[in-house]
Design a binder for this molecule. Structure first.
Ligand SMILES: NC(=O)c1ccc[n+]([C@@H]2O[C@H](COP(=O)([O-])OP(=O)(O)OC[C@H]3O[C@@H](n4cnc5c(N)ncnc54)[C@H](OP(=O)(O)O)[C@@H]3O)[C@@H](O)[C@H]2O)c1
Length: 216
């Protein structure tokens, strides 16, 4: 049986790149990615996985562009969530939302981010109730060592409480940030194997419910 096709948004770097890499190298999956740029790391994966990786360069917020590019390749519209529901129902597929502890937190100065992640969790829960054959779950990846953390350290001081900013700087200096390839493996495994019992849940990547999806 051919491996399922997984669509990843934001695959040029960070967590999305790590998930893509894990799916291709550790799970032997077929992957379609969407991102605005093609980084050297993504280009390398394209070279190594010609048969199993398809990359689309496009801004995910530009709906007409996503429609045009995906229709030309798949003869149908991908992957705005609504458009992919018929396929997901048929395949009993999975949607993994990359959420954050911010979804239930209240970090000063982060109103838009906190609210957008809370809304994401709500969308995930609602999809779980509306689509009983699809697994829809939201995952908090912890503080991951990506460009996003570098931006917080470098430019966050002006917008955050000094104690909050110091927490981010200390986590980096003390080496306690999560390795993107560890959390990437868990997200990749969940996208292939998450059971219906997890649908609607908000899970933290290193909690008990994700134990069986970690790299052994
Ligand atoms: N890092 C953390 O500590 C952390 C913690 C909790 C939650 N998260 C969540 O994890 C997710 C990934 O974060 P990250 O740390 O991996 O961030 P990152 O290193 O900044 O990477 C973000 C990715 O998203 C892509 N992207 C951004 N806007 C896009 C758009 N409009 N269209 C298409 N692609 C777009 C970027 O690619 P291009 O620029 O090439 O388009 C890039 O590949 C985010 O949702 C973040 O909120 C991260």
């Amino acid at each position: 049986m051919p491996n399922p096709v997984i669509v990843i948004t934001g695959a040029s770097r960070g967590i999305g790149l790590a998930v893509t890499r894990s799916l291709l190298k550790e799970h032997n999956a077929h992957v379609v990615t969407i991102s605005r740029t093609r980084t050297p790391e993504l280009s390398q994966l394209i070279q190594e996985h010609e048969q199993s990786l398809l990359t689309l360069e496009c801004d995910i917020t530009d709906e007409p562009a996503v429609k045009t590019i995906s229709t030309s390749i798949f003869s149908r519209s991908l992957p705005a969530i609504r458009a992919s529901l018929p396929d997901l129902r048929e395949s009993k597929g999975r949607i993994i939302f990359i959420s954050s502890g911010a979804a239930t937190g209240n970090i000063y100065g982060w109103g838009a981010y906190n609210a957008s992640k809370a809304a994401m969790n709500s969308l995930s829960r609602t999809l779980a109730s509306e689509e009983p054959s699809i697994v829809s779950l939201a995952l908090a990846p912890g503080r991951v060592d990506t460009a996003m953390q570098a931006v917080l350290r470098d430019a966050g001081a002006q917008h955050m409480k000094a104690t909050d900013h110091k927490n981010f700087v200390d986590a980096y200096n003390e080496g306690t940030l999560v390795n993107p390839y560890d959390v990437g493996y868990v997200i990749a495994a969940l996208s292939l194997r998450a059971p219906l019992s997890l649908t609607g849940q908000f899970v933290k990547w290193d909690n008990e419910e994700c134990r069986e999806f970690r790299r052994k």
